[in-house]
Design a protein around this ligand. Structure first.
Ligand SMILES: Nc1nc2c(ncn2[C@@H]2O[C@H](COP(=O)(O)OP(=O)(O)OP(=O)(O)O)[C@@H](O)[C@H]2O)c(=O)[nH]1
Length: 589
């Protein structure tokens, strides 16, 4: 696989887990933000529920006052009760408004609960109104108690919604859990404080002493209030900075003044004649002290809301930071990959191609140097140096081969005539003799030299003698083809070795050359020309007998000597036995 594609595959494989991780981190950050956002929205419903609980609880104050008055209810008490009921209704409407736009299973369940409370509340109010229309003397004590308990039941029905909403909110921001728990404890404290006051309603309304049951109920409620106070104190000890002022005010106002006042009225109501105080007067003094509980609850809820807001902002920031960080990371990765590809991978592939071309001897391709720096640039510089040295080495190698060939040629060639020299002749003649052939019957070695050559030199000069040698060589080349080996084997001595079908073929060839040499007109320095002759000696051998070049040379030399002795300018062939020749052996000249 090419390096570029391999690089792409590696990058793709590396990107898969990186992108998956980025997606997971972004999705995680987004879902954390969604939960925090939902948590903040749910807090609005939770706070509205706290208010509903408070308002419905507060409605019992004017209700107690009305039940303590004779019929018809005096206008101030009636107006106070109407206002309290209106406040409850408004708080329920506000809660409903916060729940309706949210499409969730919990909200639907909450709306069902709200509808149920409204029905319960309407029934409880109807009971109170029925009792209020009766003359006080005719009102039955147990009926008054039942009306009060019915109002308690409405508030008891709100507590589960508070719990479920608090859980939802805390799930989105566990940091708000402490505030939410404290708000719930405070809301219950407000409810228990209200109930404590309501426990006096019967006795005060009927102008009678507290019954044993009422006293027991008061003790039970007081015990729960003490519990709540202890729990709040412990939590405040862990979080001393949380709404400290509101907490201290609640301690002074309710646990101090409010509880003391209640104990005073309780003591009066425990006397045989009961307490000489109306429920309205009691509520007027007791209820304002309870407002410090609501103020602390609100302070704690404000702190929770602030925490939720901070958490949502933090989640949003975390989401944005994760997205931006991932984008930056991917951008940097992309930049690194691009830079790697441009400055390392592609140049490396180019370098590989260039080195491969140089190694295979293709030095024509240009080495394209990419715009890179550092080590990669140095690598390309080195490749260029390698190419230059390779080109030079190649040139030197070609030169060496040429020189070797020239040397070989020079070693085997006669520089004057350009024919083979004696050494090359003997070598090639041995090779020819060793060739297994069937088409030729004889090997003929023709040796010849120029007659009275010394005289030519002496008469016309050495240069003319050289020219004579060159002309004889040229004539020899003309007469013999490529398959015949022609050489200058001595000063004015030449030799040809060839295969012939018959001995007379060799003799005829020698004759023709002899005649040709005799026709050569040699120019002299004086402008005249003269002719020369040559003598030939021929020796034969049969390849099947194993031709010996040295022997052939010796025999041809002998024949040449005979030709000289016989008067020169003639061909003398070795005499052959008739049985050895296909035709009569060449005659002696
Ligand atoms: N110009 C020239 N002369 C050469 C060369 N090589 C040898 N010779 C001369 O060739 C002559 C050979 O003479 P000889 O061996 O006496 O033979 P010849 O004169 O041809 O007499 P025959 O062979 O008996 O006919 C000598 O004078 C050599 O100096 C050469 O390369 N150039």
């Amino acid at each position: 696989m090419p390096m570029g594609r391999r690089f792409n595959v590696v990058i793709a494989l590396a990107l898969v887990p990186i992108l998956a991780l980025c997606y997971w981190l972004l999705a995680h950050a987004w879902s954390a933000f969604v939960v925090a956002d939902r948590s903040e929205n749910s807090f609005i419903s939770l706070r509205a529920t706290f208010v509903v609980m408070e308002k419905v609880s507060a409605e019992r104050g004017p209700m107690n006052a009305v039940l303590g008055e004779d019929a018809p209810t005096p206008a101030p008490q009636a107006v106070a009760l109407s206002r309290a009921r209106l406040a409850s209704d408004e708080s329920i409407a506000e809660l409903t408004a916060t729940l309706e736009p949210i499409e969730c299973r919990q909200c639907a369940a909450a709306l069902t609960m709200v509808t149920k409370w409204k029905a319960q509340l309407a029934q409880a109010r109807a009971n109170v109104d029925r009792l209020a229309r009766q003359p006080r003397a005719l009102r039955r004590d147990d009926a008054v108690q039942a009306a009060v308990r019915q109002m308690f039941a409405v508030v008891d029905g709100i507590a589960p919604l508070l719990l479920s909403e608090s859980t939802t909110v805390a799930r989105g921001d566990p940091g708000a859990l402490n505030c939410l728990v404290m708000a719930r404890l405070t809301a219950e404290l407000r409810e228990q404080a209200g109930r404590l006051g309501s426990h006096l309603t019967g006795a005060l309304a009927m102008r009678r002493p507290l019954t044993l049951d009422e006293k027991l109920t008061i003790e039970h409620t007081r015990g729960r209030i003490d519990q709540l106070q202890t729990m709040l104190d412990l939590r405040m000890a862990d979080h001393p900075d949380l709404a400290t002022q509101a907490f201290n005010t609640m301690h002074i106002r309710y646990f101090g003044e409010g509880v003391t006042y209640f104990r005073t009225i309780e003591a009066l109501a425990s006397r045989p004649g009961g307490a000489d105080i109306t429920t309205a007067a009691f509520a007027e003094h007791y209820v304002p002290d309870m407002s410090s509980i609501v103020a602390f609850r609100d302070a704690v809820l404000d702190a929770a809301q602030e925490e939720l807001r901070r958490n949502r902002a933090l989640s949003l920031w975390a989401f944005a930071a994760t997205g931006t960080g991932e984008f930056a990371l991917l951008a940097v990765l992309g930049w690194i990959v691009r830079k790697l590809r441009r400055e390392v991978v592609s140049p490396f592939a180019q370098a590989t191609t260039a080195i491969r071309a140089i190694a295979s001897g293709d030095l024509t391709k240009e080495v394209v140097v990419p715009s890179v720096h550092g080590e990669v640039r140095e690598m390309f510089d080195a490749i260029q140096v390698l190419k230059v040295t390779s080109v030079e080495r190649s040139r030197l190698e070609a030169e060496r081969v040429r020189l070797m060939q020239e040397l070989a040629l020079m070693a085997e060639t006669d520089s004057l005539t350009r024919l083979l020299n004696r050494r090359a002749f003997e070598k090639q003649a041995r090779a020819l003799c060793g060739e297994p052939r069937t088409d030729a019957t004889w090997i003929a070695l023709i040796m010849f030299d120029i007659d009275h050559f010394k005289r030519i030199n002496d008469t016309h000069g050495h240069a003319v003698g050289d020219e004579a040698l060159r002309l004889v060589a040229r004539a020899s080349r003309r007469h013999f083809g490529r398959s015949e080996i022609v050489a200058r084997i001595g000063g004015e001595e030449f030799a040809v070795i060839t295969r012939v079908r018959t001995c007379s073929d060799a003799r005829d060839a020698a004759e023709r050359l002899r005649e040709d040499i005799a026709r050569i007109a040699l120019p002299t320095d004086s402008g005249t020309s003269f002719r020369m002759t040559a003598s030939f000696g021929i020796a034969f051998a049969q390849p099947k007998d194993g031709a010996d070049v040295a022997q052939l040379l010796k025999q041809a030399d002998g024949m040449l000597y005979e030709a000289k002795l016989a008067g020169r300018n003639r061909v003398v062939a070795q005499p052959m036995r008739a049985a050895d020749a296909l035709e009569a052996p060449p005659p002696n000249a």
